[in-house]
Write a protein that binds this ligand. Sequence first.
Ligand code: F6P
Length: 550
Amino acid sequence: MFGLSGDINKSRAWHKLAKYARKMQKVNMAEMFAKDKNRASRFAISLDNMYLDYSKNIIDSKAMLYLLALADKAGLKEKIMQMFEGDKINLTENRAVLHIALRNRDNHPIYVDGTDVMPEVNRVLAKIKDFSERVRLGTFTGHTGKKLTNIVNIGIGGSDLGPKMAVEALKRYHRKDMNFYFISNIDGTACAEVLDKLDPETTLFIVCSKTFTTIETLTNAKTCRKWLIDALGEPAVAKHFVAVSTNAAEVEKFGINVENMFEFWDFVGGRYSMWSAIGLIIAIAVGYDNFEKMLDGAYAMDMHFKNTEFASNMPVILALLSIWYVDFFGIRNQVIVPYDQYLNLLPAYLQQLVMESNGKSVDLNNNFISYATSPVIFGGAGTDVQHSFFQLLHQGTSFVPCDFIVPAISHNEIGNHHEILLANILAQSEALMKGKTTAEAAEELKAKGMSASKITSLKKFKTFKGNRPSNTIVFKKIDAYALGELIALYEHKTFVEGVIWNINSFDQMGVELGKQLALKIMPELQGEANPAAHDSSTNALISLIKSLRK
Ligand code: F6P
C-alpha cells in the first residue's frame, strides 16, 4: 500500500506543526540571524559543487524537527525505497515510476513485474548514442545526401519543455554548425514560423509523444510531413522523420518506420522524460558525452536523495519548507528565479513538473482532501524579473517564497556583467529578509534633505516589511552535470511533497476535461452550432468567433 492509513492533517505531527507555525509567524528572521552566528551554516547543505542555503526561511531548529517528524509520519523513507525499487506507486494508472532507472549509472537491476528494465534502458541509450553521433558527424544524411543541420523537436508538455529547457541551458555546448527548433503549440504560427526558416533537405524532425495521440503534436507533425513531402517526395520521410514514443502502433500508423522510433516506457512520466529518448535532441545538440554527464548529475542527486538522512537531504528539506509555507502559513505561490540567461526556461519547465504533479485534490485513499497541495509556481530569469514582479515580492500584502538559482561563474564573463548579476541576487535575498523599517525609511529621506511633511507622506511607501523567505542554490556553472543535479533536485522535491500530501504525483487527469470539450466544440466551429450542449457564455463566444471568421 502506498497511501497513508489516515489523513495526514489529522496526525499529531501535523497538529504540532500547526501550533508551532502560529508561534513562528510572529518571529523575525533578521533577529534570529542576529542571535545565532551559526545560522547560515546550520541551515545549509552541499552536494558536489551544489550548495543550498535555506537559512533565510522562517524556521528554527524546532520547526525543522517538527517538519522532519511529519516526513517520518508520512512514511517517506519507505516510499522513497518503493519508488527506487520499481513498485507501482502511480496507483491510478497502475504503473511504476522509474525516471531514476534512466540515469541508473551503476546499472543495478531494477525490476518491474519481475523483469529487469535496465537492458532495455541501456539498449535505447546505445541507440541514442549511435544516432546522435551519426547526425552530428553527418554520416546519417537527409534524402538528398546533405548533412542534417536543422533539428526540429515536435512535442508538447513533457515532450517539449524538458528538452527545450535543457537545449537552451546547454547552449554553450552546442555543435556550432547546427540549429535547434521546437514546435509545440497547435497555433499554426508556431509551425509556420519555424518552417519558414528551414530547408527541407537539411531538416530532421523528431516527433516526441509518449502516447502518440496528442492532437497538437500529431497535427504539427502532419503539417511538417506534408511540407517535406511537397518538397522532396514521400520516400524522403524515412530520412527526415524519427519518433520517440511508447506507442509503436500509432507511430507506424502515422507513417514513421518503427526502425526510426526510439522507445521509452510507461514507467516514465511525460514531465520526467527528458532523461529518456525524449532527450534525443539534447544529445544531438551537445553530444552524447554531455548527455551522459547530465545523467551522471541526476544520478548523484538520486543517490543523495536515497541515502542521505532527511535532516541533510536537499530535496527533502526543500519539500518540507514548501509544505511549511503552503499548509501552515497559508501561502499559495512560489517563485523560481534563475540568475542565468541560459536557464530562462527553467521556471516554465518547473511549472509543469510541480503543478501537473501535485495540483491534485483527491488523496491516495480516494478521498477529497481538505488541506492545500501544490502552490502556483511562477518565475523568470534574474535580473529581468526584478524589474517586473519583484515589486510584489518586496511590498505585496503577503510573501512569496523564492528560490534563487545562482551559477557562480558565467559562460560569458564579459566585463563586470557577472559581478553585477551576482551582487543583485545577494542583495535581493538580503532585502527580502531584512526589509526596511518605516523609521529607517524616514531616516534615509531625512538624509536626502527632505522636509518633515514630505517624509511623513512618503515613509510608509518606502517601507519594506521584510521577513520574506528564500532559498539560494549556488553551483559553479551551468554545465550538463549541474543541470542534471538541479532538475533531479526539483523532481525529488516534488515527489516528497506528493508523499506528504498523500497524493499521486504521477497522473494528470486534470488535463482531460478541457480536451474532451474541445473535441465537442470543434465541429461547431466548422459547422452547425449545438446550443443545447453549452451555457449561454460559451454559445455566445462560439457564435461571435464564427462571425468574426467569416
Ligand atoms: O496534456 C498533458 C500531457 O499529457 C502531459 O502530461 C504530457 O507531457 C503532454 O500532455 C504530452 O503528452 P504526449 O507526450 O503523450 O504527447
